[in-house]
Design a protein around this ligand. Sequence first.
Ligand code: SAH
Length: 450
Amino acid sequence: MVQKNQKLVVEIVDLSSEGAGVAKVEGYPIFVKDTLVGEKVEILVLRANKNYGFGKAINIIEASPDRVEPKCPVASKCGGCSIQHMSYDCQLRYKKNKVYQNLKRIGGFDNIEVEDTIGMDEPFYYRNKAQYPVGYDKGIITGFYAANSHRIIDFDNCYIGSKRNREILNVVKNFIVENNITAYDETTGRGIVRHILIREGHFTGEIMVCLIINGQDLPHQKELIEKLREIPGMASISLNINKKRSNVILGDKVKTIWGQEYITDKIGDISYEISPLSFFQVNPKQTWKLYSKALEYADLHGEETVWDLYCGIGTISLFLAQNAKKVYGVEIVPQAIEDARRNAALNNITNAEFFTGKAEEVLPEQYEKNQVYADTIVVDPPRKGCDSVCLDTIVKMAPEKVVYVSCDSATLARDVKYLGERGYEVKRVKTVDMFPWSGHVETVVLMSRK
Ligand code: SAH
């Protein structure tokens, strides 16, 4: 029986979906952060639950050839990156294998080929969005939450965020200190500044700064504006009001205090307006590669009717509309659909139409009422995958092709299996690394009607 505080020497045999090493002691799995497959490690058992435990590596006895020194000094503490100790090349192999294993185990596909992961040439400074919590530790601190906690690590030099964040963060931090503005305290619900949100247009260089505050107004806001507007590219400064005592970072209300309400960025030839509350992919370079792959799989020639389910702000829909006769997007969040329509107009795209609602309700309704048709259906669902009613309707509509974009290869494998049993076969599987140094992987699968 493995017990808390026990020291053990173990071999790491697997990696969890979050990127932690997994050891097995007489079949009992122990998760050990910052370790790699094949390593022999001395661990201290931190927790021993009934079915699994957690350990801390105290000595790497035999290191994997794929082990590298993390670039970031707070990599092992920070809740952001989970696999900075793994070489980038190994990450790409790991992600491809993860998808392969899920398709095999969950999907039951024995001889499936997963193509090599599309990685980044320079897998740093890729994120276009950062949300820094603000707090106290002797003085005002800003940084990142430690893994699985709300303890703030005081740090302003993140290697996956934009290089420009540091300067912006320092301006805001100095403003807070100089004007004696309080930081929000989660335990008491008092204090003003909760988070600092920075977004940057990757291709346009436009910058947005939004302070999330526990109140209606920010004292001395003029001084903040004076300082921030000097930063090249500054396009939008706003306040987001969040008085709720919850973990949710953003409140519903945004007040623009300087500049525009949004910044603009591009993916390929399509421009998108992004406001503080908009969802937008955080790695635009890789998003372009992912969508290009989806477009390649869809193989459009200008005559096709395409449905894009779970379309968000229409990112994929507008991308596909360039080569299709008509694209229909479906999305549950009404603001996202407003963004999608605005972005369509911004790009003079007139062949995209959007529906607000659940994919599993809108699609059957449209199919039954209006006998809508599709040559290709693209889906990009959240982690839980597609509802079976949605999949059943896809089968009824019988499009020639289904392109499945997924951020969770376990539910992808389940859904692809479901379609596989109902007349579709997998033609191609590609993985794209949208989140270097984390265990996440995006997959795009092309299925054709048999
Ligand atoms: N394709 C988009 C967004 C993908 S994220 C992009 O690449 O930007 C998944 C989206 O599905 C989210 O926008 C979420 O709001 C939406 N969603 C979640 N459940 C849904 C449902 N049942 N029906 C339709 N959309 C849903």
